[in-house]
Design a protein around this ligand. Structure first.
Ligand SMILES: [Zn+2]
Length: 257
């Protein structure tokens, strides 16, 4: 899966900053090669669909799902609907600039939330703290922190603080009851939870802060999301061929058109 937006009518990638893709008809390109029907959604929406399809959503269900990996994506579920917005660009909260003087982002702006809070950002923090260390992957960074490397621990803590700090934008704008977090970092959730919870609590203006809930299994969450997308788009393999989609709980929600 990838992070990208799509148009409502053409279902093509219109901007995928980390891949440097613009206006690319990915669906048709894959269909041509595979000779199979293809369904396209960005990773955050796919993960949110999986959560809505395969799991119970607590409370009134207003939720935002954040995917933290090479970038930072978001999917929004409010009042029973997934919000896609004009041209499918809703949820690009990772590209809200929080520091106009900050590092350059793949989208062309400076200081976007994702350049401070993504897994790439954690690797950058580590490189700065320990420049003589060999290049590591994010998975290796997690292992280093578990092995007691203080710089790795500090890099992950900084990432957690930045994630929590950026969530204030979501809480202030949308006031969700739940914020789901998906991505490889959830395998080390014990490292992230205290800092994220504390930062969100301290930056929530009023009212009850949202519950911050990790989605386990890292990248598998994306694959599960791809399955949910196919179940939604292929009526013949739905348990019940009715729209809107009905979950086992009996509650309904509107999804993508
Ligand atoms: Zn950006």
């Amino acid at each position: 899966m990838f992070r990208a937006a799509w148009t409502r009518t053409q279902i093509k990638v219109i901007f995928a900053p980390n891949l440097h893709w613009r206006d690319f008809d990915l669906k048709s390109a894959i269909e041509k090669k595979m000779k199979l029907p293809v369904h396209v959604a960005n990773a955050a929406i796919a993960c949110l669909l999986a959560q809505l399809t395969f799991h119970q959503v607590e409370g009134n269900g207003d939720a935002v799902l954040i995917t933290a990996s090479e970038g930072l994506g978001a999917a929004i579920f409010l009042n029973g609907s997934i919000i896609t917005g004009h041209d499918g660009m809703a949820g690009e909260i990772g590209h809200i600039s929080i520091d106009p003087q900050g590092p350059e982002c793949a989208c062309g702006q400076r200081g976007c939330w994702e350049v401070f809070a993504s897994c790439q950002a954690a690797l950058r923090y580590f490189r700065k703290l320990q420049p003589d260390h060999r290049s590591v992957t994010f998975s290796e960074l997690l292992s280093l922190a578990e092995a007691g490397n203080a710089h790795a621990d500090a890099a992950l803590t900084r990432q957690a603080r930045e994630i929590g700090g950026g969530l204030r934008l979501i809480v202030a704008a949308l006031s969700p009851e739940i914020v789901y977090i998906a991505g490889e970092m959830t395998s080390a959730w014990h490292r992230y939870r205290p800092t994220i919870d504390k930062t969100v609590r301290s930056t929530t203006m009023a009212g009850t802060p949202p519950a911050i809930v990790p989605i386990p299994d890292g990248d598998i969450a994306r694959l599960r999301g791809a399955a949910a997308l196919v179940f939604q788009r292929r009526p013949l393999i739905r348990p019940r061929a009715a729209a809107p989609w009905r979950r086992d709980s009996g509650r309904t929600f509107r999804t993508l058109q």
